[in-house]
Design a protein around this ligand. Structure first.
Ligand code: TGC
Length: 388
């Protein structure tokens, strides 16, 4: 705790309210008790602990900022602090919370009918029902506008055909919010995973986010009732609005992976003796540690500014892009540098930095790659879209 206080050189803790600190400490304790002791084994065995879904529900981090329908209704800064603590445990487990809360629940809360919200959200907030979000396709990643999955009318029903790829959780989910092309543009559908013609398979083996499930989906003429359509969403604004929410969580979450890597490296550097003195007494080691803390402190200020703007309702997509681009990029650099301080022991999974570094390769790629966020910012600065 004293080492952690020393690393808050700018006094960023004091910018948080007592309530925000209490929320953060509650999630931190959950991560220490329920995730930290097991995560290396889960990662090694590529195991996602599905029983944690109920624990996350009790902790109040599923659909954390959503109001009503049994959802926690907390502030965006509290959600950000929770994401940071969860990702200090593991990016794959924070991803579960993002997919369930920001993407699946967020889409239903924002675009769903009253009946859809009442049917699904209360049970998703407790973790009883798991939801996934299907936007990316085998041939449509950074460019969702080229999606080929389609839904056509058959009487009052819809018939869904196509495929999705890199979809979190779908093999353990009860529903997937699927975005598909229709005569009326891109629309969203709540697809039950037991519907005939729906198939989900796990993408494995992965070298990143191994304690998490990513899947490929196939829809072979899946018949859906009219009530499956999300009535409020029309066009790509529907899925992109959900992506804003998940990207926001990553702005904070990446800092958790970075902080955990730094703390492991610092403890090792203070303990490990070489040439008769602790590693921490070498100038090169101190420089590495200092550079990590400089970036963690800058990243925390950035996340807090973005979080306060989100709570004030003024947050813009370029601001989220700036935060995601910077904080994930710096977190990977920190995790890799932390690994070097650990020397050979740094490649063992009992030390977290190499796991965080591997996980963050996924985080820099999903929810908009570094390149996409750079070009969103480039468009903001120049007024010229350079995507194609
Ligand atoms: P563009 O023509 O600019 O926009 C189309 C419509 O969308 C609106 N829009 C947004 N709305 C809300 N928030 C945003 N951030 C928005 N960005 C765009 C826009 O206003 C417009 O609305 P309307 O009503 O006028 O039609 O779209 P574009 O195709 O030119 O955009 C280009 C680009 C590259 C920015 C966009 O395609 C993009 O963001 N690409 C990245 C896609 C991405 O992030 N994919 C990640 C998928 S999710 C995932 O990775 C799975 S992780 C979770 C899991 O594990 O399952």
């Amino acid at each position: 705790e004293a080492l952690r206080e020393a690393s808050d050189i700018l006094g960023i803790d004091a910018l948080l309210s007592d309530h925000e600190r209490a929320t953060r400490d509650r999630v931190r304790a959950f991560v220490d008790d329920e995730i930290r002791p097991h995560i290396a084994g889960w990662f090694d065995r590529a195991h996602f602990p599905v029983e944690l879904a109920r624990g996350f529900g009790e902790l109040g981090v599923l659909g954390m900022t959503l109001k009503g329908y049994g959802c926690p209704g907390r502030s965006n800064v509290e959600y950000g602090l929770a994401a940071l603590e969860l990702e200090a445990g593991d990016s794959g487990l924070r991803t579960f919370v993002s997919v369930q809360g920001s993407l699946a629940m967020g889409s239903i809360h924002r675009w769903g009918s009253e009946e859809q919200k009442q049917e699904w959200l209360p049970r998703m907030a407790t973790g009883e029902v798991i939801g996934a979000f299907g936007l990316t396709e085998p041939t449509a990643g950074s460019d969702p506008s080229s999606m080929t999955t389609s839904a056509r009318r058959d009487g009052d029903d819809w018939i869904l055909t196509g495929a999705k790829r890199w979809i979190g959780l779908a093999t353990i989910a009860q529903l997937v919010v699927v975005w598909a092309r229709t005569d009326d543009g891109v629309r969203g559908f709540i697809v039950p995973t037991d519907a005939p013609g729906f198939e989900a398979s796990v993408l494995e083996p992965k070298g990143s986010m191994r304690a998490s499930i990513q899947t490929e989906l196939h829809f072979d003429d899946v018949r859906l009732p009219a009530s499956a359509l999300l009535p409020g969403a029309s066009g790509l604004r529907g899925p992109f609005s959900a992506l804003n929410e998940a990207r926001y969580g990553i702005v904070w979450g990446a800092l958790g992976a970075g902080r955990d890597s730094y703390e492991v490296a610092l403890r090792h550097a203070l303990r490990r003796q070489q040439f008769g003195v602790p590693l921490a007494s070498f100038q090169l080691t101190q420089q590495k540690l200092v550079n990590m803390v400089v970036e963690l402190q800058k990243g925390a200020l950035l996340a807090l500014q973005i979080g306060r703007a989100k709570d004030a309702g003024t947050l813009t997509p370029p601001q989220v892009s700036l935060g995601k681009l910077n904080n994930v990029r710096e977190a990977i650099a920190i995790a890799r540098e932390a690994r070097t301080i650990l020397g050979g022991d740094g490649v063992l999974l009992e030390n977290s930095p190499i796991r965080h570094a591997a996980n963050l390769e996924s985080v820099r790629t999903y929810e908009g790659t570094d390149e996409v966020h750079t070009l969103i910012l480039g468009q903001h600065l120049t007024g010229i879209g350079a995507f194609r």
